[in-house]
Design a protein around this ligand. Structure first.
Ligand code: TYD
Ligand code: MG
Length: 454
C-alpha cells in the first residue's frame, strides 16, 4: 500500500524535512516541525497551489470599485446574543471558530443555533467527532423540538465529512470539534497542529465554494494550550470565545475577531435545564445579588461596547504558607499581583503575610485594566473587615504603578449603568486622583491602620 507523501515543515524557519525530528536540522529549534501534505499530494487533491517551477500567466488586478461584491443575506441563528456577536448572523460561505473549555456549552449552543435554523426551513448539518448520534439526540431532547430536526453525522474522517458536505450542501454546518477530525493523508493524530490546519483549510475550500456557513467548534484548555484553535485564528473569518466556569451558571460569549462586524461585544448566558438562556438583565442580577459585606465591591465594567456591572469579592486571611496564596477567578493573576503591590507600596495595605482570594461573582471573566480599582477596594475592605460606604459601591479605574488612578474608556456609560441600578456614588479616576484617596473615600481614614494590624 502506498501512503500519500507527507513532509515535515519547520514553523520557525520553513525548513522542509522528509522525516519528523524533535529538533529542526536547519535552525536547531525544538518541537517546531509540523507534518503537512507534500505539495504534489496536495495538488492532486485539488486544493493546493499550482506546482512550483511551472510558468504561470500573469493575473489581472481590478480597481476595487469594479469588484463585484455580493451581499448575501445572513442566516439568523435565533439566539440574539450569538447573532449580535456574529455582527448580525452567520455569513454564507464564512468560517466561524467557537472556542471554549470542555463542558462550557459549545455543543449545546451550536445545536440550539442549528435547531432554530432548521425550524426556519434552512438546510443544516451537525457533524460530531466527539459524541455518538444517540448522545447528541439525548442532548437535543432537552433543547426542544426544533433541535431534533437537525441532521447529524457522527464521523471523524475528514474526507467522509467533505464528501457529505458536497452531497448535502447544507446552508449552515457545525463541526464539533475541529480537533476530532483527521485526514488519512497525514500520519499524525487528529488534534495535532498539522491535522487541525489541514482540516480547517480543506473545509474552508468547500465552504467558500458551496456557500456554506461553517461553525467550527474548538476546545481550548485553561491556559490556551492544546494544539489547535490558536493556529486557526488567522484562517477563519470570525473567532468567538465562550467563557465562564463550568460549575457556575453564567457564561459569556464574545467575538475576538470578526471580519463582518464589531469585536468585543459580549453576551451573557445562563445554563439551565433546557439549554442556554440569554441573560438580558445581567447587571440587575449581579447588583441584586451583591452581598454588601466587607470585601464586596461592584465593578462597572465594559464588555466591548456594553456596560456590565459585576460583583468583585475578596477574602484576606492570615496565612500559614510561604509564599502565601494568591487565588483569583475571573481576573488575571498578574493583574492581581500588580494591584496587591500598589496597595502595599502606595496605600499602606500590606497583604504580604496573608492569603488573598479574589473572585468575580457568577463566573464572569473581566479582562480590562478598568477592573483594578474595584479589585483594590475589595481587597482593602476585606483586609480591614469593614464594608464600603455606601454599600454596594460601584467603582472602575486603572491603577498606575505610582499609585495614581488612570482614566479608562467610556466613563459616562459605566456611570450611567451604575446609576440605572441605584449606585449613584461611583468611585472612579474622576472622583479620586489616587488609590489612597479612593480608599479614604470608600473606607474612611482607619483603613490603612487596621490593615497593617491584620
Ligand atoms: P456541552 O454543550 O456538552 O459542553 P461542551 O460542548 O462545551 O463540552 O454542555 C456542557 C454542560 O451543560 C453539561 O455538563 C450539561 C449541561 N447542560 C445543562 O445544564 N442543561 C442543558 O440543557 C444541556 C443540554 C446541558
Ligand atoms: Mg461538546
Amino acid at each position: 500500500m502506498s501512503r500519500p507523501a507527507t513532509v515535515h515543515v519547520c514553523s520557525a524557519c520553513g525548513h522542509v524535512a522528509a522525516k519528523w525530528h524533535g529538533q529542526c536540522p536547519a535552525c536547531e529549534e525544538w518541537n517546531t516541525l509540523v507534518e503537512e501534505r507534500a505539495p504534489a499530494a496536495r495538488a492532486r487533491a485539488g486544493g493546493g497551489p499550482s506546482r512550483r517551477g511551472a510558468v504561470a500567466a500573469a493575473g489581472r488586478p481590478v480597481a476595487l470599485r469594479e469588484v463585484r461584491a455580493e451581499r448575501s443575506p445572513r442566516l439568523l441563528t435565533g439566539i440574539g446574543e450569538l447573532d449580535r456577536a456574529l455582527g448580525g448572523g452567520l455569513v454564507p460561505g464564512s468560517l466561524v471558530l467557537l472556542g471554549g473549555s470542555p463542558g462550557i456549552g459549545k455543543s449545546t449552543l451550536t445545536n440550539m443555533a442549528l435547531g432554530h435554523l432548521a425550524g426556519a426551513g434552512r438546510r443544516t448539518l451537525y457533524v460530531s467527532g466527539e459524541e455518538s448520534a444517540a448522545q447528541i439526540r439525548l442532548r437535543a431532547e432537552r433543547l426542544g423540538p426544533d433541535a431534533l430536526e437537525v441532521p447529524v453525522l457522527a464521523e471523524t474522517d475528514l474526507d467522509t465529512v467533505l464528501a457529505t458536505l458536497e452531497a448535502e450542501a447544507p446552508e449552515a454546518c457545525v463541526i464539533d470539534s475541529v480537533q476530532t477530525l483527521g485526514s488519512a493523508a497525514l500520519e499524525s493524530a487528529p488534534g495535532t497542529v498539522g491535522q487541525v490546519r489541514e482540516v480547517a483549510a480543506r473545509i474552508t475550500e468547500v465552504a467558500k465554494r458551496r456557500g456554506i456557513a461553517v461553525l467550527l467548534v474548538g476546545h481550548v484548555t485553561k491556559d490556551g494550550a492544546l494544539a489547535g484553535p490558536r493556529v486557526l485564528e488567522h484562517l477563519v473569518d470570525c473567532v468567538l470565545q465562550f467563557e465562564g466556569e463550568r460549575e457556575r451558571t453564567y457564561r459569556t460569549l464574545r467575538a475576538l475577531k470578526n471580519r463582518f462586524g464589531a469585536t468585543n461585544d459580549c453576551g451573557v448566558f445562563e445554563m439551565r435545564e433546557g439549554g442556554l438562556v440569554e441573560v438580558l438583565d445581567a447587571s440587575a442580577r449581579f447588583v441584586g445579588e451583591a452581598t454588601r459585606a466587607p470585601g464586596s465591591v461592584v465593578l462597572a465594567a465594559m464588555e466591548g461596547s456594553r456596560p456590565l456591572l459585576v460583583e468583585v469579592q475578596a477574602l484576606v486571611s492570615p496565612s500559614e504558607l510561604v509564599p502565601p496564596r494568591r487565588v483569583c477567578t475571573g481576573i488575571d493573576r498578574n493583574r492581581l499581583a500588580l494591584v496587591l503591590a500598589v496597595l502595599a507600596r502606595h496605600a499602606g495595605v500590606a497583604t504580604g503575610s496573608a492569603d488573598v482570594f479574589v473572585n468575580v461573582v457568577g463566573g464572569v471573566r473581566v479582562d480590562e485594566p478598568g477592573a483594578d480599582l474595584a479589585v483594590a477596594l475589595a481587597v482593602a475592605s476585606a483586609a480591614r473587615g469593614v464594608a464600603t460606604q455606601p454599600s454596594p459601591l460601584a467603582a472602575f479605574g486603572e491603577l498606575g504603578l505610582t499609585g495614581e488612578l488612570r482614566s479608562v474608556a467610556h466613563p459616562d456609560r459605566r456611570l450611567a449603568e451604575a446609576a440605572k441600578f441605584g449606585l449613584r456614588e461611583a468611585l472612579s479616576p474622576e472622583t479620586a486622583p489616587t488609590l489612597r484617596a479612593a480608599l479614604r473615600q470608600a473606607l474612611g481614614g482607619g483603613a490603612q491602620r487596621a490593615a497593617r494590624a491584620a
